[in-house]
Write a protein that binds this ligand. Structure first.
Ligand SMILES: Nc1ncnc2c1ncn2[C@@H]1O[C@H](COP(=O)(O)OP(=O)(O)OP(=O)(O)O)[C@@H](O)[C@H]1O
Ligand SMILES: [Mg+2]
Length: 348
């Protein structure tokens, strides 16, 4: 029996999504092979030992009076549990960080696992950090010759000369312009600017989320996503948004948004998405899993890369688990493979 610590919740804007993903993952882990320790991180950053998945489903886990943290001391190879001031250590074989967004999908918790020398599921520090940062992702993907929206990075301290920033953006990109914090997630701080006044507002808004901002040409087309598990791409899926763009609300709160597995596509396009997804995953030094998001541009039928998520959602409406299930890899099997890959990550 291997002991796996599942860590969920977290301090990002995707805290709630993480709790739902964790529920799916915990319920689908093979209990005959793995013993679980559940650790929830509250939105304000407290680490709690959680007894049972039902406490996540009933939203009561935050009341736990027992703390549990990963010990950075590699000789512990595990966690430190504190109950009423009494400390106990527990060895774990691997960590499954089911955390989306900042402080979970961005290399931070991966760094802690590395320090502790505990194997963990998913991408390492570099791939996680680079994939979280939309600007650096662009720089890496440019080396592959895969098309991306034209972009212009802006640093927060440059906004003091707003006229110069606006002139530089307008010189390279025409309206409407997407403005995004480089490191964020769930469309927080993302806006679509139709004119100069909106661009200025959008830059100021994005600057509240990150000191690095990315401005992008608007791609008019369909949104196509592809999963990668252990370096191999799944088939593709399409997201059809009920809003002007696939925002957090459109995704989780709007019933009219939908996900189509195996959408109708022009011949050969599916292969191109799959090949590009694998190349991007490799170029970013991916490990374990990722979901790679693209556009299929109207008119040109060009495949245009948008972003990569190194810890894709595992909720009931999430694309990654559905794509691999459609390819014949059940959710329990996906999880099993992820844990197997985690356990051998330091053997290579
Ligand atoms: N350059 C673009 N052209 C057209 N639409 C875009 C562009 N960039 C983003 N969008 C739209 O905005 C949505 C959110 O953008 P993006 O995926 O880059 O941000 P995010 O913060 O990572 O969001 P999430 O984590 O919810 O995917 C996209 O799914 C798409 O609908
Ligand atoms: Mg996205």
């Amino acid at each position: 029996m291997k002991k796996i610590a599942v860590i969920f919740g977290g301090q990002s804007s995707e805290h709630e999504v993480s709790c739902v993903s964790a529920t799916t993952i915990i319920k689908n882990i093979d209990k005959s092979k793995y013993d679980l320790v559940l650790i929830g991180i509250t939105q304000d950053g407290r680490w709690r030992l959680v007894e049972d998945v039902s406490q996540i489903e009933h939203n009561t886990w935050r009341e736990s009076l027992v703390d549990a943290i990963i010990s950075p001391d590699s000789s512990d190879h595990g966690i430190i549990i504190t109950t009423d001031g009494a400390i106990k250590k527990e060895r774990v074989d691997a960590i499954f960080p089911v955390l989306h967004g900042l402080w979970g999908e961005d290399g931070t918790i991966q760094g802690l696992c590395e320090l502790a020398r505990i194997p963990y599921v998913g991408c390492g520090v570099l791939a996680s950090a680079c994939s979280m940062d939309k600007f650096y992702t662009k720089v890496v993907v440019d080396t592959l010759g895969i098309r991306q929206a034209k972009y212009e990075p802006v640093f927060k301290n440059q906004l003091s000369d707003m006229d110069a920033v606006v002139a530089r953006i307008e010189k390279n990109i025409s309206y409407p312009i997407f403005v995004k914090p480089s490191n964020a997630g769930s469309s927080k701080g993302v806006s679509k600017a139709h004119d100069r006044a909106e661009l200025i507002d959008a830059l100021n808004e994005a600057a509240k989320h990150d000191r690095k901002i990315l401005c992008e040409e608007t791609i008019v087309g369909r949104e196509i996503e592809c999963g990668v598990l252990g370096g191999t791409a799944s088939g593709v899926g399409e997201v059809i948004s009920a809003d002007e763009f696939y925002s957090y609300d459109a995704k989780y709160n709007n019933e009219a948004s939908k996900t189509v597995i195996g959408p109708e596509l022009p011949a050969e396009k599916e292969e191109e998405f799959r090949k590009d997804a694998e190349a991007i995953f490799t170029a970013l030094d991916g490990y374990g899993l990722a979901r790679v998001d693209f556009f299929l541009e109207n008119g040109t039928n060009d495949v245009v890369f948008n972003e990569i998520n190194t810890l894709p959602g595992f909720t009931g409406i999430s694309m990654f688990p559905m794509l691999f299930a459609a390819a014949g890899v059940s959710i329990p099997e996906q999880i099993d493979r992820l844990i197997e890959m985690a356990l051998v990550r330091y053997d290579m």
